[in-house]
Design a protein around this ligand. Structure first.
Ligand SMILES: *[C@@H]1O[C@H](CO)[C@@H](O)[C@H](O)[C@H]1NC(C)=O
Ligand SMILES: *[C@@H]1O[C@H](CO)[C@@H](O)[C@H](O)[C@H]1NC(C)=O
Ligand SMILES: *[C@@H]1O[C@H](CO)[C@@H](O)[C@H](O)[C@H]1NC(C)=O
Ligand SMILES: *[C@@H]1O[C@H](CO)[C@@H](O)[C@H](O)[C@H]1NC(C)=O
Ligand SMILES: *[C@@H]1O[C@H](CO)[C@@H](O)[C@H](O)[C@H]1NC(C)=O
Ligand SMILES: *[C@@H]1O[C@H](CO)[C@@H](O)[C@H](O)[C@H]1NC(C)=O
Ligand SMILES: *[C@@H]1O[C@H](CO)[C@@H](O)[C@H](O)[C@H]1NC(C)=O
Length: 324
C-alpha cells in the first residue's frame, strides 16, 4: 500500500495528463470511520462564503464549481468568495487558495417543484492550479446507477445536529451514508407533502448519519476503483439525520447534458458509476399510502413540527444571510 501511494504521488508530480484526472485524492489512502476529515481527503470540497461559510460546493474543473441552486441567495458576483483546500473555517489553512466568481448559472427549472433541479454552477474569476489538496471530482454520467444501500460519503462544515454548530476550529466533517432508493424515499417523505421526490433527486442517509444546515451544495460521493464520483448535491432534509427521513440530493447524473452545455469547452469529467446485483428498491412497495394511516401516529404531532422545517431549512438560511 505504501509503495503504491508513493508511486502515485510521484506520477502526479511529473505527468500533466494525470494531474487533470478527476476523482483522485492523492493524500487519501484510506478513510476511517472518524468524523474529522484529514487534510487532502476531499480535495474537491469547496467552501462558499458570503462573508462567512454558507454552503459547500465541488470543484469540477479548473474553472467551475458545482453547488445547489438554493445556495445562490444573491446573484451579486462580488459578494462571493470561494475557498479551495480549506480544512477549518477558523484557519490557518496552509494549502488554501481562494477565488472570486465571474458567472453564476442557476438551473432554469429550479423551483418548478419544491427544490427540484437544485443545481447551480459558478465560474471562477481565474483558473485554479491543481495540487494534492485542490483537485476536481468526477461527475456521475447519465448512465450511472446507484442501487439502494450503495455506500457513499458526504462532507461539509454544516451543523453537527439541529442545535449544534460546528466549532470553527473543527475540520471538515465526513460521514458514510447508504443510498436509499427513490421508491422508498418517496414513501418516507409522504408525511412531508411539500417534498416530492423526483427523478432529479437521489436520497441517502440513515438515523444519526446525514447532512444538516450548512452542508447544502456539498457532495454525496461514491468510490469506484480509485476514483470518487459525485452522485448528488446536498439539497434538503428534515433537520437533521432524522430516522426514517434520508437526506435528499440533486441527482448529478440527470444533469450531464445541462452541465456539459453550460461549461462549454472546460473539462468536467463524467464517469459511469455501476451498481452490481439487483436494486432492492425496484421491488419496494410503500405500505402506507397516506400519513394518517401510519401506525406510529403517536409521533405525528412532534413530527409535524419537524416537517415544517423542510422548507425552513432554506428560508432560515436566507433570513440569516439578509442580516447586514
Ligand atoms: C419559487 O416560486 C415561488 C412561487 O412562484 C416564489 O414565491 C419563490 O420566490 C420562488 N423561489 C425562488 C428561489 O425562485
Ligand atoms: C407534488 O406532486 C404532486 C403529484 O405530482 C402534485 O400534485 C403536487 O402539486 C406536487 N407538490 C409540489 C409542492 O410541487
Ligand atoms: C435500502 O437501503 C437502506 C439503507 O441501507 C435499508 O435500510 C433498506 O432496508 C433498503 N431497502 C430495501 C428495500 O432493501
Ligand atoms: C476533531 O477536531 C477537533 C478540533 O481539532 C478536536 O477537538 C476533536 O477532538 C477531533 N475529533 C476527533 C474524533 O478526533
Ligand atoms: C448522456 O449525455 C451525453 C453527453 O452529454 C448525451 O450525448 C446523451 O444524449 C445523454 N443521454 C441521455 C439519456 O440523456
Ligand atoms: C480540455 O482537455 C484537453 C485535453 O487534456 C485540453 O487539450 C483542452 O485544452 C482542455 N480544455 C479546457 C477548456 O480546459
Ligand atoms: C388517509 O387515509 C384515511 C383513512 O383511510 C382517509 O380517511 C384520508 O382521507 C386519507 N388522506 C389522504 C390525504 O388521502
Amino acid at each position: 500500500m505504501a509503495a503504491w501511494t508513493l508511486l502515485i504521488l510521484l506520477v502526479f508530480d511529473t505527468q500533466l495528463s494525470v494531474l487533470s484526472e478527476c476523482g483522485v485524492a492523492p493524500l487519501s489512502t484510506r478513510i476511517v470511520g472518524g468524523q474529522n476529515a484529514t487534510a487532502g481527503s476531499w480535495p474537491w470540497q469547496v467552501s462558499l462564503h458570503l462573508t462567512f461559510h454558507i454552503c459547500g460546493g465541488t470543484l469540477i474543473s479548473d474553472q467551475w464549481v458545482l453547488t445547489a441552486a438554493h445556495c445562490i441567495v444573491t446573484n451579486t458576483l462580488s459578494a462571493w468568495t470561494l475557498y479551495f483546500g480549506r480544512e477549518t473555517q477558523a484557519g490557518p489553512n496552509a494549502h488554501e487558495v481562494s477565488r472570486r466568481v465571474s458567472k453564476i448559472i442557476v438551473h432554469p427549472n429550479f423551483n418548478n417543484t419544491f427544490l427540484n433541479n437544485d443545481i447551480a454552477l459558478m465560474r471562477l474569476s481565474s483558473p485554479i492550479t491543481f495540487t494534492d489538496y485542490i483537485r476536481p471530482i468526477c461527475l456521475a454520467s447519465n448512465s450511472s446507477q446507484f442501487y439502494n444501500s450503495t455506500s457513499c460519503w458526504i462532507t461539509g462544515w454544516g451543523k453537527l445536529g439541529k442545535n449544534e454548530v460546528l466549532p470553527s476550529t473543527t475540520p471538515l466533517q465526513e460521514v458514510q451514508v447508504p443510498v436509499v432508493g427513490n421508491k422508498q424515499c418517496s414513501c418516507d417523505y409522504i408525511p412531508a407533502p411539500e417534498a416530492n421526490i423526483t427523478q432529479q433527486m437521489i436520497c441517502a442517509g440513515q438515523a444519526n448519519k446525514g447532512a444538516c444546515q450548512g452542508d447544502s451544495g456539498g457532495p454525496l460521493q461514491c468510490k469506484q476503483g480509485s476514483k470518487w464520483i459525485q452522485a448528488g448535491i446536498t439539497s434538503f432534509g428534515i433537520p437533521c439525520a432524522q430516522a426514517g427521513f434520508p437526506e435528499v440530493y440533486a441527482r448529478v447524473s440527470e444533469f450531464q447534458t445541462w452541465i456539459t452545455d453550460q461549461v462549454g469547452g472546460a473539462n468536467a469529467s463524467f464517469v459511469t458509476f455501476t451498481s452490481s446485483g439487483t436494486d432492492q428498491d425496484s421491488s419496494f412497495v410503500c405500505r402506507s399510502t397516506n400519513s394518517t394511516t401510519s401506525p406510529n401516529s403517536g409521533n405525528s404531532v412532534k413530527l409535524a413540527s419537524e416537517l415544517a422545517f423542510v422548507i425552513i431549512l432554506v428560508k432560515m438560511l436566507i433570513d440569516y444571510i439578509s442580516v447586514p
